[in-house]
Ligand binder design. Structure first.
Ligand code: ZN
Length: 540
């Protein structure tokens, strides 16, 4: 009897298929065609081998079997618009700064460490996050570091504030005219207040450059931190050909421990583009080349987005194009001709309209099926005709609904409520058949803000902006997991939980699909798996 039982168990074991990892007793949000919900998933050699009910746990055997206790599993998030760079040893991260006083004390500490005269840089502050509800200005930085040049770039990267020594180093005085495409802000007395918009380089070209070796450790650390947010794939929104080499060097050594990445290349000039070795899609499932990036206009933190109607309270100001329409068309033609995908930064409605019209010309001249060209940001709602053209030309959008939350203050300052209410549209483009992914532009970086804002349309104040642009949590999840894979032509490799696909999976502590969407910001990632290997576990 005992022997027979033992024999039976052995038979069962022999019939079981080998796997490396089994997740069971959960709510597997497959994000497949039918948005099927399963209970278990088995992984082998980095890929999903089975998805279904809990009988998977009997059909497969694996050294690691995890009982999910009903918790949800999603495909890893794929952020198609992210900026990441290594920090210099003299750089201060200010994303978490909550007052100008706090910024000042960090500057003081850095100045004490570096000594008089040394440059101090920093970034990612936002007045909306600061107790004082205003921007730090030249005088604030002078008070903290009178003997060091200091430059702090705003979150979003569209403006910087410098102190007196930084202005002096940059040669900026009360009589300096605005640089091309930029604005030097002046105070009531006509003196520079320290803020320069859209031309960070006016300051930063005078700051010392950290070496690649100095920058590398913090870049790797930042990439690994993405796993704690459930991000398993990214598109780096703009890099130089030199940066691309650095990313290749990093991924050659550390690729298996880092999120999968596609790197967009900033338009490097026509000669450099012709000489560039490689194009969109080159690489592998760890690291590949993305689209060509160009900045068509500026952003709302300036503001410098190029708009059809003037800004609120500035009857003569519609923002700026970063180049002439002829130059834009030329660059688009060249990139398209060379076989690149295009992913263009367009924020203002006038910039969107102009860019879509340029795409229409280029695609008429040189038709290409399945080009996958897209517009990054797409912050303002363009005219109806432009949306129709986009659907017809199959132009896609990488959209940041999180801006509705984070940039609420900028929008209120610069746009009338009717215009602000339709910013960062998701529902309307989707309804019109325009393919769309959700991304963050690191404002901030976590996917929960994007999901929250896409579903609630709430700003930081709690006010609802344009409820007609709300989408369902299901659609928001798809736009942050499944849809982004199409932007890098990897839809057969990742983006959903289906047999054959890469096992990039996340476990959440709450169920986004059934919970009150107002609580989305509190949802945490419990575990993250990259190719079936655990790369993050909360509390570990
Ligand atoms: Zn960006």
């Amino acid at each position: 009897m005992k022997l027979a039982l033992l024999f039976g168990t052995a038979l069962l074991l022999a019939a079981q298929q080998p796997a490396d990892l089994i997740l069971k007793n959960g709510k597997i949000v497959t994000a497949d065609d039918g948005f099927r919900i399963a209970r278990a998933v088995a992984v082998k050699d980095g890929r999903i081998v089975a998805v279904g009910d809990d009988s998977i746990a009997a059909r497969f055997r694996a050294p690691q079997v995890i009982d999910l206790n009903g918790r949800p599993v999603l495909p890893g998030f794929n952020d198609t618009h992210i900026h990441l760079r290594g920090d210099a040893p003299f750089y201060i991260e200010l994303e978490d700064a909550r007052s100008i006083q706090e910024i000042q004390s960090r500057i003081r500490a850095m100045a004490a460490r570096l000594g008089k005269g040394a440059w101090i840089t920093g970034g990612n502050w936002s007045e909306d996050q600061l107790e004082e509800k205003r921007r730090p200005l030249r005088a604030d930085l002078d008070a903290a570091a009178p003997a060091n040049p200091v430059v702090l770039t705003r979150a979003g990267g569209h403006s910087s504030v410098g102190n007196s020594l930084a202005l002096q180093a940059a040669g900026v005085t009360r009589s300096t005219p605005d640089p091309d495409r930029g604005v030097i802000e002046k105070d009531a007395a006509g003196e520079p207040n320290g803020v320069i918009r859209e031309r960070n380089d006016v300051f930063l070209r005078h700051a010392p450059r950290a070496s690649r070796e100095q920058l590398r450790p913090s870049l790797i650390a930042k990439l690994k931190r993405l796993f704690s947010l459930g991000i398993t794939s990214i598109v780096l929104a703009g890099a130089s050909p030199e940066d691309w080499k650095e990313w290749q060097a990093i991924y050659a050594v550390h690729g298996a421990e880092l999120p999968r990445a596609a790197v967009q290349i900033y338009w490097p000039g026509v000669e450099a583009l012709r000489a560039f070795r490689g194009k969109t899609g080159d690489g592998d499932e760890r690291l590949r080349l993305g689209a060509i990036k160009m900045l068509v206009d500026g952003g709302f933190t300036g503001p410098a987005a190029y708009t059809i109607l003037p800004y609120k309270g500035q009857p003569n100001f519609r923002g700026k194009l970063t180049m002439t329409p002829e130059e834009l068309l030329h660059r688009m033609r060249e990139s398209h001709r060379l076989g690149w995908q295009l992913g263009l930064h367009t924020i203002g409605d006038a910039a969107i309209q102009l860019t879509v019209d340029a795409f229409e010309r280029v695609l008429n001249e040189m038709p290409r099926a399945d080009h996958r060209h897209y517009l990054n940001h797409f912050s303002m709602m363009p005219p109806r005709e432009t949306l129709h053209k986009m659907a017809k030309l199959n132009l896609w959008i990488s959209q940041q609904p999180n801006f509705t939350y984070t940039l609420e203050g900028r929008y209120n300052d610069n746009l009338e409520p009717e215009r602000a209410a339709v910013n960062n549209p998701v529902a309307t483009p989707m309804k019109m058949g325009i393919f769309l992914a959700i991304s963050s532009d690191i404002l901030p970086i976590g996917p929960m803000v994007g999901l929250y804002a896409a579903v609630t349309r709430k700003g930081m104040s709690g006010a609802v902006h344009g409820p007609q642009e709300r989408i369902s949590m299901k659609d928001a999840i798809l736009a942050y997991t499944r849809n982004p894979a199409f932007f890098t032509r990897e839809e057969k490799q990742k983006g959903s939980i289906e047999p054959g696909k890469l096992a990039d999976l996340i476990v959440l502590d709450q169920d986004l699909l059934t919970m009150d969407p107002d609580r989305t910001l509190g949802v945490k990632v419990a575990r993250t798996f990259l190719a079936g290997r655990e790369v993050y576990a909360a509390g570990k």
